[in-house]
Write a protein that binds this ligand. Structure first.
Ligand code: NAD
Length: 473
């Protein structure tokens, strides 16, 4: 496995020689070591990206598109190995990896083509004697910082639109999950010109901070926690860098009395526990009408009890471990405190003893709107269920969190669905489903879930600046 930084098309250790150990979450054992980079390593990568910018940004969109389609081809050819790396590094069951790898490939194909559709909105005579037009220019060197939950997919959401728009990138993967980004660099090294994609491994407080503070980085794009987003926005303000933030979520699932409860239970069983619940849009906060609440809790409890948890490489396993010991402790803390506060855990609620960072899929009921488990992102295999008296209270509770990334509404009443989708303050609202995703559609937050969109043409536009050209006749 590639285990060095990738800078200017070459592999390099950290200047300091320091390394970080990478852990297999299913066993707790070491997988290997990667550079623990600092400001000197980040500086090299930013210089390489700066040197590559003129050539990459000056290419015709068609030429860049052809290169990015070859990146997509390389991802497709290497799918088995990329999937294996991702399953081992994050603890994802091999039986569930296909969905996100297929999305990753489709994202690459979408961005490869979307860069050809960038356009300014106006061309004309807006003052007598002048012709104006608008062009969209790339921004420059982008510092991209990715999380650990979908390492290659999140790297793709960072790299794809930035490169398609003509920028060059220094990507810092999560310190827990660097291997798929390094593999991507390895399989595309002969396709993408040197310096266009640079990968620097390391921690947030060292390599991440250095990237955000570097004067030659024009824009920072982070996917991560709200706390990291605030730190990045504060640091970027010093030099007024552009900032793109995709942060945490706490998705409500509003189930009205006229909903198809079988469909709700099937969706929650699959999607609330997908990737061990480590998904920013995971359906995790169920707000159920009074008449369906008890039936929903009973059926969901039975369904969740059946989820097969275990070794990611064993056939039939549906849920693997959490990504780290710290993340498992964090999740356990939320459930323990909810229990101490009077909530009932109808299924799960414990760590699995032995090796690996396993936590049981869990359902918590009898929780107050103001309680921590309703208000804060758990980012684990835990859902809470609340009983709600009416539509207005459902809207109020759903919106009453700091986050605003995703939500779903379950009802057979079209009018109610329309009212709810308007009233909910979230970047994505599903009706009678929760989690499907398409490359053409924007993904991003309201409120403290961040700003700037991933995927879609909105993402490509976000990595450009509109420029007004005015010509006197
Ligand atoms: P995290 O915030 O701990 O780390 C994310 C990345 O930021 C890592 O690479 C880390 O090294 C870096 N980082 C941390 N502090 C930094 C700083 N001060 N300066 C620069 N870089 C810094 O998040 P995580 O635990 O890796 O990921 C989980 C979080 O990501 C959850 O909150 C989840 O909701 C969020 N997430 C959001 C989306 C989305 O699309 N909105 C998608 C996936 C994950």
């Amino acid at each position: 496995m590639a285990d060095q930084n990738f800078v200017a098309g070459e592999w390099a250790p950290a200047h300091s020689g320091a390394t970080d150990e990478i852990i297999d979450p299913a066993t707790g054992e070491a997988l290997g070591r990667v550079p623990a980079s600092d400001a000197a390593d980040v500086h090299d990568a930013v210089q390489a990206a700066t040197a590559a910018f003129d050539g990459w940004s000056s290419m015709a969109p068609r030429t860049r598109s052809e290169i990015l389609h070859r990146v997509a081809d390389a991802v497709e050819e290497d799918m088995a190995e990329l999937s294996r790396i991702e399953c081992q590094n994050v603890g994802k069951p091999t039986g569930i990896i296909e969905f996100e790898m297929d999305l990753t490939l489709d994202n690459w194909r979408f961005f490869a083509s979307a860069g050809r559709f960038l356009e300014g909105k106006a061309a004309g005579e807006y003052l007598d004697g002048y012709t104006s037009y608008v062009r969209r220019d790339p921004i420059g060197v982008i510092g991209s910082i990715a999380p650990w939950n979908y390492p290659l997919n999140m790297a793709t959401w960072k790299l794809g639109p930035a490169l398609a728009a003509g920028n060059t990138v220094v990507l810092k993967p999560s310190e827990l999950t660097p291997y798929s980004a390094l593999r991507l660099a390895e399989i595309t090294a002969d396709i993408v010109p040197p310096g266009v994609i640079n990968i620097v491994c390391g921690r947030g407080e060292t390599a991440g901070v250095a990237l955000v503070e570097h004067p030659d980085v024009a824009m920072v794009s982070l996917t991560g926690s709200v706390a990291a987003g605030k730190a990045v926005a504060r640091a970027a303000a010093e030099s007024l860098k552009r900032v793109h933030l995709e942060l945490g979520g706490k998705a409500p699932v509003i189930v009205f009395d006229d909903a198809d409860i079988d469909a709700v239970v099937a969706n929650l069983r699959e999607n609330a526990f997908y990737n061990s619940g480590q998904d920013c849009t995971a359906p995790c906060r169920i707000i159920a009408g009074r008449r369906v609440h008890d039936d929903l809790v009973a059926r969901l409890t039975d369904a969740v009890a059946d989820i097969v948890t275990g070794d990611p490489f064993t056939d039939g396993v549906e849920m693997g471990p959490l990504v780290s010991h710290a993340q498992r402790d964090r999740v356990a803390g939320f459930v323990d405190r909810a229990r101490e506060g009077g909530a009932e855990v109808t299924v799960g609620g414990r760590s699995r003893p032995g090796a690996g960072f396993f936590y049981e899929p869990s359902v918590v009921v009898g929780v107050e709107q103001a309680s921590e488990i309703v208000q804060r992102e758990v980012f684990g295999p835990v859902v809470s269920v609340q009983s709600v008296p009416d539509e207005d209270t459902a809207i109020a509770w759903a919106n009453d969190v700091d986050y605003g990334l995703a939500a779903s509404v379950w009802t057979s009443d079209v009018g109610r669905a329309m009212r709810m989708t308007k009233a909910l303050r979230f970047g994505t609202v599903w009706v009678n489903d929760h989690l499907p995703i398409a490359s053409e559609m924007p993904h991003g937050g309201f409120k403290q879930s961040g700003y700037g969109k991933d995927m879609s043409s909105y993402a490509v536009e976000h990595y450009t600046e509109p420029k007004h050209i005015m010509i006197k006749h």
